[in-house]
Design a protein around this ligand. Structure first.
Ligand code: UGA
Length: 433
């Protein structure tokens, strides 16, 4: 008899995990405290944009193996394994992560537990959190109920969430008992032969943070090279390509441009620095301060380039912005470099019109002060400067001739090094990247 699973928290991670586990044949109960979200999920409506996820969600609902609730009591009665997937955002005005949703989830679930089960943290947390939560769980669970905690960080990327969940590069679990290890091995057995690292709580928490710190460092490395290339009149795209042939370096996450954003990399490197400081190991991570600074400098550089193309000032200048999501194939605008640039230019007097294929609704809600177009052509109509800030395929495929007919001036900054320079230049565009 396979385990019955609950998934607490229905963000990008939780919805994907719940839907995929139901697809693998488990009975799954998703839980969220947002009743409206639960209602929408139960009717097969995805509250986020994630390619390929909706059919998996619907299959789960239709098969009767997946449903969603707001009741912790029901979740406690249902689950053998409870996955906690709640958000751990950056604290306001601080570097540290806010893990209070994690605490709330355990506090809400634990008192209702009345049978043997495993509680598994999946969210990205500062090292040491699992140990603290294990104590909290032990304190709040009714006496005599056999319950323990395990840690199982998640490495999925938005835009590829289903693929990454069903075919992960590796599975990492932090456990304190053979029983917990055995249960998690059984849960992931349907995924087939995936490399598995079984370790302690602290190491499992750190693997996730270290992975994101490495990825962020790789991006900032190539962006630092871009700064030097620009000063030396060299070509960072060629440089990156040449580096990528070295297997030890590899070409992924080596695209220079506007840098990283989203709900993970920026806040994770900051939370990592904050936690290292608490542990007295802050010196080990001072380089991450530089990684962060290089990344933020990209946004400032983009604004400078746009201003230069606008003739030195944004006043009286119309700027067409292509992209609002923090990356293509996502509707996520959390810490989006594209929106950050758009907002800054607006604040400096530019008349900014933004278009994004999917993230327009979210952008509108968060930044009603900007103007929005319903298509790329509409966003750049009458523009003195066009900025490509998120490399959606439909932007990469834009016809420079067609675009050239509606703009006020053929000037473009390619913030993602995504366009074919020659094609745009030969169509008479002043092209910068
Ligand atoms: C990231 C990690 O890649 C996942 O492994 C991790 O599980 C996830 O965070 C998380 O912690 O939950 P995600 O935030 O979805 O995933 O996005 P990425 O694909 O990593 O992209 C992050 C940012 O880096 C984007 O803004 C993207 O445009 C930028 N980027 C990426 C570059 O600027 N250059 C590159 O070469 C690659």
């Amino acid at each position: 008899m396979p385990y019955r699973l609950t998934v607490i928290g229905t963000g990008y991670l939780g919805i994907t995990h719940a839907s995929c586990m139901a697809d693998l044949g488990f009975d799954v109960l998703g839980l969220d405290i947002d009743a409206d979200k639960v209602r929408r999920l139960n009717s097969g409506e995805l509250p986020i944009h994630e390619p390929g996820l909706e059919p998996v969600l619907r299959r789960g609902l239709d098969s009767g193996r997946l449903r969603f609730t707001t009741s912790y009591e029901e979740a406690a009665a249902f689950g053998d394994v409870h996955f906690v997937c709640v958000g751990t955002p950056q604290k306001r005005g601080e570097y540290a992560a806010d893990v209070s949703y994690m605490d709330s989830a355990i506090e809400s679930l634990a008192p209702h537990l009345d049978r043997e089960c495993l509680v598994v943290g999946k969210s990205t947390v500062p090292v040491g959190t699992a140990e603290r939560l294990a104590d909290l769980l032990a304190r709040l669970a009714p006496a005599g109920v056999e319950v323990e905690l395990a840690w199982n960080p998640e490495f999925l990327r938005e835009g590829y969430a289903v693929e990454d969940t069903l075919k992960p590069d590796r599975i990492v679990i932090g456990v304190r008992s053979e029983r917990a290890e055995k249960m998690l091995r059984e849960v992931y057995q349907p995924l087939g032969d995936i490399p598995m690292v079984v370790t302690d709580f602290a190491t499992s928490e750190l693997v996730k943070t270290a992975a994101n710190a490495f990825l962020a460092t790789k991006i900032s490395f190539i962006n630092a090279m871009a700064e030097v290339c620009e000063a030396a009149h060299a070509d960072v795209t060629q440089l990156s390509k040449a580096l990528s042939y070295d297997d030890r370096i590899g070409g992924r996450f080596l695209n220079a441009g506007l840098g990283f954003g989203g709900g993970c990399l920026p806040k994770d490197i900051r939370a990592f620095m904050a936690r290292a400081g608490e542990l007295g190991a802050d010196q080990a991570l001072t380089f991450l301060r530089e990684v962060d600074a290089i990344n933020m400098r990209r946004r400032a550089r983009m604004v400078d380039l746009a201003r230069e193309l606008a003739g030195g000032s944004f006043h009286g200048c119309t700027v067409g912005v292509l992209g609002a999501a923090f990356k293509p194939n996502s509707d996520d605008i959390r810490d989006s470099p594209a929106l950050d640039v758009a907002v800054t230019i607006g604040a400096q007097g530019g008349q900014v019109t933004v278009y994004d294929p999917i993230a327009l609704g979210n952008a509108r809600k968060a930044h009603p002060e900007l103007h929005y177009g319903e298509s790329a052509l509409e966003a750049v109509r009458g523009a003195h400067v066009v900025l490509l800030l998120t490399e959606w395929p439909e932007f990469v495929d834009l016809d420079p001739e067609e675009l050239g007919k509606v703009v006020a001036a053929r000037r473009i900054v390619d913030g993602r090094n995504a366009l074919n320079t020659e094609t745009w230049r030969s169509a008479g565009w002043h092209y910068r990247a």
